[in-house]
Design a protein. Structure first.
Length: 255
């Protein structure tokens, strides 16, 4: 742009013809509008490009932010879903553990009950074995005693048969069974002078080594019967019992 020179002002214009206008006398001033317009157009273009670039960057950043937010939300949704699945698995696992613990306690209780029952049964079995052994020992002892007694009776019977027949006849007596293998019934007649057919009897037990009188009719005093049994068991002679019991019956009938 050209600078303004004051020396060119109208106060110092040379004199000229009066027909020249004042505008023609003004200096030619160039303000540079074209250059200014060009510079402003370039600035505007740069500014518009800057604005457009900034807008694009903002849009890209906003889109990227939205994408990031969407990804975060999706991650959060997936993590929430994973947490729910893990929670369900945890609850199922806890229920399984509780069920297994209850089953374990039940099995332990059953095992303890079965163990106690087994111990009781084992104790009862041992006690029963001991009882069976003791019973068997007692049975064996009784069988041995009976065999010995039977052998003695058999040995004595060979010699006493004639004598027994003699006393059966002379004592007016007969021998019957008493309903058991180890008992004999001795029945006397001609005991009561008022009724010779009246019967008096007693049952003799031979199940043990010593003789024993269990029942008798008429009833006799037990003390007197015991005295007769003492003599018989001491002498081991049956005739002592037969004579002694007849005497007690005669005495009882007379009284």
């Amino acid at each position: 742009m050209a600078s303004f020179d004051p020396s060119l002002s109208t106060s110092r214009l040379p004199p000229g013809p009066s027909s020249q206008s004042l505008a023609d006398t003004l200096p030619n001033i160039n303000f540079g509008f074209d250059d200014l317009r060009d510079r402003m157009a370039k600035f505007t273009a740069k500014f518009d490009a800057f604005i457009e670039q900034g807008r694009k960057r903002v849009l890209e950043e906003r889109n990227q932010f939205r994408m990031n937010v969407a990804e975060l939300q999706e991650d959060q949704r997936m993590k929430k879903k994973d947490i729910e699945i893990l929670q369900l698995k945890t609850n199922s696992y806890q229920q399984t553990i509780s069920k297994e613990a209850a089953e374990t306690r039940e099995m332990q209780t059953s095992i303890a009950s079965l163990t106690t029952q087994r111990d009781r049964q084992a104790a009862a079995r041992d006690a029963l074995k001991e009882q069976i052994a003791a019973t068997q020992k007692e049975i064996d002892a009784r069988l041995a005693a009976q065999r010995a007694h039977q052998a003695q009776q058999d040995a004595q019977a060979r010699y006493n048969v004639p004598e027994l027949d003699f006393w059966v006849t002379n004592l007016c007596m007969r021998i019957e069974g008493a309903g058991a293998e180890d008992r004999l019934k001795f029945v006397y007649t001609h005991v009561d002078e008022r009724d010779w057919e009246r019967e008096c009897w007693f049952e003799l037990s031979t199940g043990s080594r010593d003789y024993d009188v269990r029942h008798c009719r008429p009833k006799l005093e037990r003390e007197k019967v015991e005295k007769v049994l003492d003599r018989v068991n001491e002498s081991r002679e049956l005739v002592v019992l037969l004579k002694g019991m007849r005497e007690l019956f005669v005495e009882a009938v007379k009284s």
